[in-house]
Design a protein around this ligand. Structure first.
Ligand SMILES: Nc1nc2c(ncn2[C@@H]2O[C@H](COP(=O)(O)OP(=O)(O)OP(=O)(O)O)[C@@H](O)[C@H]2O)c(=O)[nH]1
Length: 447
């Protein structure tokens, strides 16, 4: 539950957004945001938390989709991954690579750790701003410490860094850490989550993903993949191609939004891990529709193995195959489902009835807040000339009006959800029910 103080700030940011939107159009999907916040405030709803975050949305240029240039908030990258997957190795690589950024580091380790020993980069670069959180796990007991530490960094050393990296323990669940940056009133205007980068140990991940936990206990290895914007399939020197392919497919079934690269000792281009904008609603369109073309052409000349480009080729073939279908909800991947956490992607042409989709998204988020990990979407609303773009984490939802649809362009809705125990059939059916009937042409729905 939100504290009254935090809730108040959420309402303020929602109202700011409404004002912004009122300036450009009279009716928009944020009506549900406001009404539900209102119901929450009146105590008539069990709604947990619904926030449209940050100054970003208010400053957004509805035409370009680019994040605002003058965003003063410090980007934060969370590096996570199971025990021994290569987090510190990646951190060393980032700290010693050429990227022109000054980086402050917060490392979360259990117990006393020799920073200089584990971070050779400290000796090489003289990086000063490394802070340790070692009296517990970030996602459980020391979130307050994390907030205090970031505030201290901002207060005392703000002119010394332009990016913050947080390395979690190997057993951290990223969800509470992510939500901290949305919910913590004292931070939301000063820092923004840039991305969650997850290291996956190519050799040992399958056994960690297989591990069956007692009821109510999350499998951290699965959660770390599910919340990721970027995945480094690391230690590829230790396994063969078939194992890598099998693991890549497994990862994609859990999280089809994240881009994946195969790495040795965490060596990767810096722009793959820094400046990712994974939580920027302005980047949703390119995140869920455009990366394939760019990456596959680049990939041909690169020694990095980028899984996303290959997956996307498959994806588009797949869409194409079904674009001539008969309007059914599309093909289901029935093989090898990881029970529990997985992705659902829906793509269809046509326009959506505003009120229906407004209710649909609001109710979905409300009823599945705990189980909906991440979502991104581009929607076509009947009678509205601009795209509607949203992204969310659990019940924290952020949306904007995007660029106008071009006259010669097919209005294609695309949504990706990552979540646990999602009733995919129900979600798909209820989404398709929002389409204005005459214009319903389903391209694909899978997951
Ligand atoms: N063979 C191989 N070893 C690697 C690779 N990446 C990292 N390692 C080694 O794996 C071990 C663990 O790497 P770390 O970077 O400490 O892993 P970590 O995720 O920070 O570990 P914890 O903090 O214990 O969770 C170290 O000995 C690394 O040198 C890789 O790509 N291939």
């Amino acid at each position: 539950r939100l504290s009254p103080k935090a809730l108040n700030s959420c309402i303020k940011s929602v109202e700011g957004l409404r004002l912004y939107n009122n300036g450009t159009q009279t009716r928009n999907l944020f009506s549900y945001t406001n009404s539900r916040i209102q119901r929450f405030r009146n105590g008539s709803s069990s709604y947990r938390q619904l926030v449209t975050s940050s100054a970003t949305s208010q400053q957004h240029d509805a035409v370009t989709h680019e994040p605002p240039l003058n965003d003063p908030r410090v980007p934060i990258t969370v590096i996570t991954g199971f025990l021994g997957s290569g987090k510190t190795t990646l951190l060393n690589h980032v700290l010693t690579a050429e990227h022109g950024k000054r980086i402050a580091v917060i490392e979360n380790e259990y117990g006393e750790v020799d920073i200089d020993g584990s971070l050779v980069a400290v000796q090489k670069t003289g990086t000063e701003d490394i802070m340790m959180l070692n009296n517990g796990c970030l996602c459980c007991t020391v979130r307050g410490d994390l907030v205090r530490m970031i505030k201290e960094l901002l207060k005392k050393k703000r002119d010394k860094f332009d990016h913050i990296l947080i390395e979690t323990t190997g057993l951290a669940n990223p969800s509470p850490i992510i939500q901290t940056f949305y919910m913590e009133e004292s931070l939301v205007h000063h820092v923004k989550l840039d991305g969650v980068v997850t290291l996956v140990d190519a050799k040992h991940a399958p056994q960690h993903l297989d591990e069956v936990k007692p009821a109510g206990i999350v499998n951290e290895a699965v959660e770390q993949i599910a919340y990721a914007d970027r995945i480094l399939l690391n230690k590829i020197d230790l396994v063969g191609e078939p194992e890598l392919d099998a693991l890549s497919h497994r990862i994609k079934r859990i999280n089809e939004m994240a881009r994946i690269k195969r790495t040795k000792f965490g060596v990767v281009d810096m722009d793959f891990v820094l400046g990712v904008g994974g939580f920027d609603v302005e980047r949703v369109v390119s995140d869920i529709t455009q990366p394939a073309a760019v990456e596959s052409s680049k990939d041909e000349h690169s020694h990095d193995h980028d899984e996303q480009s290959h997956e996307h080729e498959h994806h588009h073939d797949h869409d194409h195959e079904h674009s001539h279908g008969n309007g059914h909800a599309g093909h289901e991947h029935t093989h090898h489902h990881d029970p529990g956490v997985s992705s659902l992607s829906i793509q269809c042409e046509g326009s959506l009835d505003l009120e229906k989709v407004d209710d649909w998204l609001g109710n979905l988020v409300q009823e599945n807040a705990d189980d909906l990990y991440r979502m991104k979407g581009v929607l076509s609303i009947e009678g509205v000339e601009t795209q509607f773009i949203f992204q969310g984490v659990h019940a924290l939802l952020d949306g904007i009006n995007g660029r106008p649809w071009r006259k010669d362009e097919k209005r294609t809705n695309k949504i990706v959800f990552i979540g646990k125990n999602l009733d995919k059939e129900l979600i798909k059916k209820s989404f398709f029910d929002c389409l204005v009937p005459a214009k319903k042409t389903v391209l694909s729905a899978r997951g």
